[in-house]
Design a protein around this ligand. Structure first.
Ligand code: NAD
Ligand code: GLY
Length: 366
């Protein structure tokens, strides 16, 4: 088992990464402060992994309830968030309750947001079960839900007490979800870790084949990057944490524009990162060879490298106008000065942006 720490003063917490963590009570129980626990999962993950955790909690003498959400990004909304509050109130759980999020990023974001709101804030624990959630969404305390007009627009910062990333659960993950997670892994290489990017180029086939040693290393290196960024800028106030949004402005436009769930978050981010690389090239920072390198790595990770049919530059622009990074109506994008170095800028040329979007929608990125 590997242990990292997210260093946030009194809100610091560990990330445990390793095989079969879910069967180890010592990884979970010490992080529960009260006597009440609500396990939140979804209709796909609960049948696979909830029973063992519920047994561990009951054997420890805790008062336990569980709630199973419908599975899908389209259910990451107010209506389904309320199911968590219903379960908490039906169980008459107090401010001392701990919520456990067992699932991918959707369950994690919703459970964390419920924990931030219930009785003005209670403990929660992240047990991420997708690659994407193990390398990104479970770490850093961003929680929330979608609005029909904008992705992740309603939310709160709420740090978990601990993150348990059991690499064994990735064996049941569908191939498309593995690829989606690799998009966020590649992101760390592109924004701040050129060595890691080169390592990924050397090991992509092994990662796609789910080599457990390679996957554990990819998760550890991703979480190390994320933990450093979050420690430097927890509340995204000085454009350090915003760099984690490489590809997300384009990606969120795809997710919202196509309807939540049509494209996976990681797929949209993957194509978004290629759009960002293309624009960075038009701005004179990346070479065409750099963009081809990004495209090739995304393809090897099984990710789409063109915008979905139905997206147009106009639809992109309409949704990109509703982005949390924008200030006073000015579009702010994360672009690449070079591979391994990202920046936030509001200076990208309008003509260049239009050319990138047109190329992306025509499937003509380098
Ligand atoms: P997800 O939660 O929808 O999970 C993907 C699919 O895999 C679901 O069908 C799920 O039921 C299934 N699944 C999960 N674990 C499984 C397992 N071990 N075996 C079999 N099936 C399994 O999607 P995701 O990619 O994990 O997360 C995407 C969400 O995370 C988006 O809503 C995105 O906005 C959010 N996100 C948040 C942050 C953050 O910092 N909070 C960062 C990145 C993404
Ligand atoms: N996934 C972006 C962030 O955590 O800031």
């Amino acid at each position: 088992m590997q242990t990292l720490e997210v260093q946030l003063g009194e809100r610091s917490y560990p990330i445990f990464i390793g095989e079969s963590l879910l069967t180890k009570p010592d990884c979970l129980l010490p992080w529960i402060r009260g006597k009440q626990v609500l396990l939140v999962s979804n209709s796909t993950v609960a049948p696979l992994y909830a029973a063992g955790i519920l047994q561990t909690l009951r054997d420890a003498g805790l008062a336990v309830a569980d709630v199973t959400l419908p599975d899908g990004e389209q259910f990451k909304d107010w209506q389904h968030l309320n199911l968590i509050f219903d379960a908490l109130l039906q169980a008459r759980f107090s401010r001392k309750v701990t919520l456990i999020a067992l699932g991918g990023g959707v369950v994690g974001d919703m459970t964390g947001f419920a924990a931030a709101c219930y009785q003005r804030g209670v403990d929660f624990i992240q047990v991420p079960t997708t690659l994407l959630s193990q390398v990104d969404s479970s770490v850093g305390g961003k929680t929330g839900i979608n609005h029909p007009l904008g992705k992740n627009m309603i939310g709160a910062f709420q740090q978990p007490r601990v993150v348990l990333a059991d690499t064994g659960v990735l064996r049941t993950l569908p191939a498309r979800e593995l690829s989606a997670g690799l998009a966020e892994v590649i992101k760390y290489g592109l924004i701040r870790d050129l060595d890691f990017l080169c390592w990924l180029e050397s090991h992509m086939e092994g990662l796609m084949a789910r080599d457990p040693v390679l996957l554990a290393e990819a998760i550890e290196r991703s979480c190390r990057n994320k933990a450093e960024v979050v420690a430097a800028d927890e509340f995204e106030q000085n454009d350090i944490r915003a760099l984690l949004n490489l590809g997300h402005t384009f990606g969120h436009a795809i997710e919202t524009g196509m309807g939540y769930g049509a494209w996976l978050h990681g797929e949209a981010v993957g194509t978004g990162m290629l759009l960002a690389a293309d624009l960075s090239c038009r701005e004179g920072w990346l070479t065409a060879a750099d963009v081809t390198r990004v495209k090739r790595l995304l393809e090897r990770a099984g990710l789409p490298v063109a915008a979905p049919q139905g997206m147009t530059p106009e639809i992109f622009m309409q949704h990109m106008a509703v982005d949390k990074k924008n200030v006073d109506g000015r579009l702010r994008l994360v672009l690449l000065k070079q591979l391994g170095q990202a920046i936030v800028t509001d200076q990208a040329g309008t003509d260049n942006l239009q050319a990138t979007l047109a190329a992306g929608c025509a499937g003509a990125l380098t």
